[in-house]
Design a protein around this ligand. Structure first.
Ligand code: PEP
Length: 257
């Protein structure tokens, strides 16, 4: 029999550029009662910057942690339109998503900026969720492992094992994000095992066995259980299906029913 995983799963919702403050309050009014008794996993919601205050206020006293979707690597400065790690901490965030594929694709995020943002998040005590994943072209060219290796080294190679310990990695194959096309549990499992082997090589077996790797890409109430049945999958980063409180609660409560 396989040993029980030492890792507490995390289910995180990435709201992208959706929801006002009022819509955020409405979401939590429905969502919180549905997850009030959930204890098998951590729950994170990442609203847009302008809804952070409403989310923090609404989630106060619950088990839901609030994360941002991005940050700048400097603590302050002449960077119009940017938000820093200390600002996020002050707003009540406890985590931040870094290197989401939409930021890599549309906003020039690179492995280097991911590493800088990651250091800033860690220095401020924010729990980072670092996204990695291959495009369809890269997968079809047989380059998945090469891409994951490059993104992993780019983000983490300068870190110590102590720096690495609070980090969550999200494996998000770009071809599965917002497309309705989920990776099969087997395919996600393969990528997660590969990522864990990279962590073991760089930070040791102990750090690798504690690393939480979330799967992201069209996760829904209908497919979460198949994914979570894999030992290597420690939760999910959910986009579209996290916008509806009932569907996100059904994903969070994947152990029931
Ligand atoms: C995401 O934005 O991280 C994501 C996985 O989106 P979706 O669940 O909509 O594919």
């Amino acid at each position: 029999m396989a040993a029980a995983s030492p890792r507490v799963p995390v289910v995180a919702g990435n709201w992208k550029m959706f929801k006002t403050g009022a819509e955020t309050r409405e979401f939590f009014a429905t969502f919180l009662p549905l997850v009030a008794r959930t204890s098998h996993c951590g729950i994170v919601v990442a609203p847009p910057f302008t809804a952070l205050a409403a989310a923090v206020e609404s989630a106060r006293g619950s088990a839901v942690a609030i994360a941002a979707q991005n940050l700048h690597w400097e603590p302050q400065g002449a960077f119009t339109g940017e938000i820093s790690a200390p600002m996020l901490v002050e707003s009540g965030c406890s985590g931040v998503i870094i290197g989401h594929s939409e930021r890599r694709q549309f906003f020039g995020e690179t492995d280097e900026t991911v590493a800088r943002k990651l250091r800033a998040a860690l220095a401020s005590g924010l729990e980072p969720i670092v996204c990695v994943g291959e495009t369809l072209t890269e997968r079809e060219a047989g380059q998945t492992e090469q891409v994951l290796d490059r993104q992993f080294q780019g983000a983490f190679s300068a870190l110590t094992p102590a720096d690495f310990s609070p980090i969550l990695v999200a494996y998000e194959p770009v071809w599965a994000i917002g497309t309705g096309r989920t990776a099969t549990p087997e395919l996600a499992d393969e990528a997660h095992r590969f990522l864990r082997s990279l962590a073991a090589r760089r930070f040791g077996d102990d750090a690798a066995s504690r690393l939480r790797i979330l799967y992201g890409g069209s996760v829904k109430p209908e497919n979460i259980r198949g994914l979570m049945a894999k030992d290597s999958i420690d939760g999910a980063l959910v986009g579209g299906a996290s916008l509806d409180p009932r569907s996100f609660a059904a994903i969070v409560n994947y152990k029931e029913g």
